[in-house]
Write a protein that binds this ligand. Structure first.
Ligand SMILES: [Zn+2]
Length: 663
């Protein structure tokens, strides 16, 4: 059994997890699962990167000591993993004692071999990316990577003799052409190497939130020296006990460091240089993926265009999200993340092509064959249509196996969906619903339904790494309850005739709502609008001078005029009921003083409808109507909530009549 060690980047905890993080994890997960199906001994690692000045500052801002802050944010990354079905074998935090020991051990090895010296560093430093930016690369005194202002730093610092590793690295790149993939990244790194390398400052005295330098605790390690070492720590490096040392011997070097394209240089140049300096084996491959764009721009917290994985899991289900991101991003390139595209793929690929095929085939076997996989007739299996489909299935197994192991998830899914389309066509050609009615054609019926079920069984086994839950459900419907079949022995024609099918249930019920409706539903659900803290008691101040308006927009504030555009009014609830099939929505009939109208509110998990009747609430009275789960809503109910918690309706400390304006 060969072993396969794959890592995700460890996620920096200065921001909360978004789709970009989830994507890296899901890709590594799919590849890890595929290797397990191929019989490899897989070690799949993910975790969090928790040191550095940025975290120290973020903690300060949050009013917490950095270790407490790190605990809180790291937990958010760890807690996301089960909801992504991540099958990681370990979760590492760089604040763990095992990691301190490992990084210090690496430092000593590098130092004792003469590759670390003390000097003074003066340069421009970007605290956002945690990198020094050479003067020549500054853009308007700003960081060329993130665009933020850089800081001048001059301090005593330890240096790593990176310059000494230019030639050894170039040699390594030439001997191992697939060390960095895709090729475009490899070429960038070769160019960078050929230009020559400066020594690298690897310690700081300007902050304390880091791992102390051995024998000189006034210095903490530069965050990349610390962070990159996590990949060895989790494999057992730096530990004295025999079991860890054995584990390190088994799993190091890693087979794949999967990363985003913005951190290739650290992984493909600094990291192998540190390892060369320490006489340790280099990882086999650095694989980088592109960025998810929203409206053409990289998703990032500072731009505010961040997709939260939980929203999409809630709207479409996890497997639909996994399918979409694997299918849509051609590996190595950037891809657009758009709600419309997910909805289209959901309804077309998942609900229509695949979901309908599974329910059609299994329902027919239930009706026409007593719920047992029928036995095919050999001579009928030899017909061209059957032969062609089975040959395609055999080819598909090899294609998917080859594609997944080189991270071509998109082409693997494209190939699988091609065979799904072939199977749909096969059923249309054979017309089993007609055969079922002809007593003298039962052999043909049995053969066609066997071929359909057998093909679906192979497809489900191939879908396991991509959509684990969907694969399981499909196989259960087909009556296959055994352990995952090995991809090494998977073949068409091996479904056992006579197998009792499980119950048929829809895999991907069609979504009838529009993207706008879905968005409104989840906005109402997870982000109930909050009312301004202070409500001015006096009439509004006169509008500020005209010239102030653009400045106000630039700082993210709004003018009093902007605020007054929102017509907040007191209303009374006349009637309330649940919206059918929705856990979160209530349909309210309200009296706004001026009219009676229907408003749909996402408060059903916090309020019983009966308890609301007669209650005074605050509504946005001039909101454009919107349809939610088929009900037209004419306004919005104000409620507050703590961090996505249950909504609490806004109220008054004395009785107020409907119609009064709130401001
Ligand atoms: Zn920057």
């Amino acid at each position: 059994m060969s072993r396969f060690y794959i890592t995700t980047p460890i996620y920096y905890i200065n921001a909360e997890p978004h789709l970009g993080h989830a994507y890296s994890t899901m890709v590594a997960d799919a590849v890890a699962r595929a290797h397990r199906l191929l019989g490899d001994d897989v070690f799949f690692l993910t975790g969090t990167d928790e040191h550095g000045q940025k975290v120290e500052r973020a903690a300060q801002k949050a009013g917490m000591p950095p270790n407490r802050f790190a605990d809180v944010v790291a937990a958010k990354f760890r807690d996301l993993l089960p909801s992504l079905h991540a099958s990681n074998d370990d979760f590492i935090r760089t604040t763990e004692p095992r990691h301190h020991a490992s990084v210090q051990a690496l430092w000593r090895r590098v130092r004792d071999r003469g590759h670390i010296y003390k000097g003074e560093y003066a340069g421009w430093y970007c605290t956002v990316d945690e990198v020094f930016v050479p003067e020549t690369q500054l853009v308007d005194r700003r960081c060329p990577i993130c665009g933020n202002a850089v800081e001048r730093i001059a301090e005593e610092s330890y240096f790593f003799r990176l310059s000494a590793f230019q030639q050894p690295l170039l040699d390594h790149y030439r001997r191992h052409p697939d060390f960095v993939t895709p090729t475009v990244r490899r070429n960038e790194m070769m160019t960078f190497l050929e230009a020559g390398l400066d020594d690298l400052s690897i310690s700081r005295t300007s902050f304390t939130w880091g791992i102390p330098v051995p024998d000189d605790p006034a210095h903490v390690m530069y965050v990349w020296f610390d962070a990159l070492t996590n990949y060895m720590t989790a494999a057992g490096f730096g530990s004295d006990d025999a079991a860890s040392q054995q584990r390190f011997a088994r799993y190091w070097p890693a087979d794949v460091h999967l990363i985003g394209k913005e951190i290739v240089r650290q992984h493909a140049i600094y990291w192998p240089a540190f390892l060369l300096a320490a006489d340790l084996p280099l990882p086999r491959q650095i694989v980088s993926h592109g960025w998810w764009l929203m409206d053409g721009a990289k998703m990032s917290k500072s731009k505010g265009n961040v997709a939260r994985p939980r929203d999409y899991i809630e709207r479409f289900g996890l497997d639909a999200l996994r399918y979409f991101v694997f299918r849509e991003m051609v590996f190595g390139q950037d891809a657009n993340f758009a709600d419309e595209a997910i909805l289209t793929r959901y309804n077309a690929d998942l609900a229509n092509d695949f979901g309908n095929l599974v329910s059609r085939a299994t329902t027919m076997i239930h009706r026409a064959c007593g719920g047992r996989v029928p036995a095919p007739v050999a001579s009928l299996l030899g017909r061209p249509d059957e032969q062609r489909l089975q040959e395609k299935v055999a080819r598909l197994i090899a294609q998917v196996r080859d594609a997944v192991t080189v991270f071509q998830l998109s082409s693997a899914l494209r190939d699988i969906w091609e065979v799904i389309a072939d199977t749909n066509r096969y059923i249309v050609v054979r017309e089993p619903w007609k055969l079922a009615k002809a007593a003298d054609r039962q052999d043909e019926l049995a053969t066609s339904l066997y071929v359909a079920a057998d093909t679906l069984r192979v497809i489900a086994e191939l879908l396991r790494p991509f959509m684990p839950a969907t694969a399981e459900r499909t196989l259960t419907m087909l009556g296959v309850t055994a352990e995952a079949a090995s991809w090494a022995t998977l073949a068409p024609g091996t479904l056992v005739a006579g197998t009792h099918l499980g119950d048929t249930s829809p895999l991907f019920p069609r979504i009838e709502q529009t993207v706008e409706e879905l968005r409104l539903m989840s906005n109402e659900n997870s982000n109930p609008p909050t009312v301004p803290d202070a409500v001015p008691a006096s009439p509004p101040a006169p509008p500020p001078a005209v010239a102030a308006a653009p400045a106000a927009a630039a700082t993210g504030t709004i003018t009093i005029d902007d605020f007054m555009k929102v017509e907040l009014r007191i209303a009374r609830v006349l009637a309330a009921e649940r919206v059918p099939k929705s856990k979160k929505l209530l349909k309210l009939q309200v009296d706004t003083g001026a009219d009676q109208r229907t408003i749909v509110a996402g408060i059903a998990e916090a309020y019983e409808p009966e308890a609301l009747v007669g209650r005074t609430i605050v509504v946005v009275a001039n909101l454009q109507p919107a349809k939610l789960m088929g009900v037209e809503s004419n306004g919005m109910v104000l409620a507050g909530s703590i961090d996505g918690g249950p909504p609490v309706l806004v109220g008054f400390d004395r009785d107020m009549p409907p119609g009064a304006r709130v401001r």
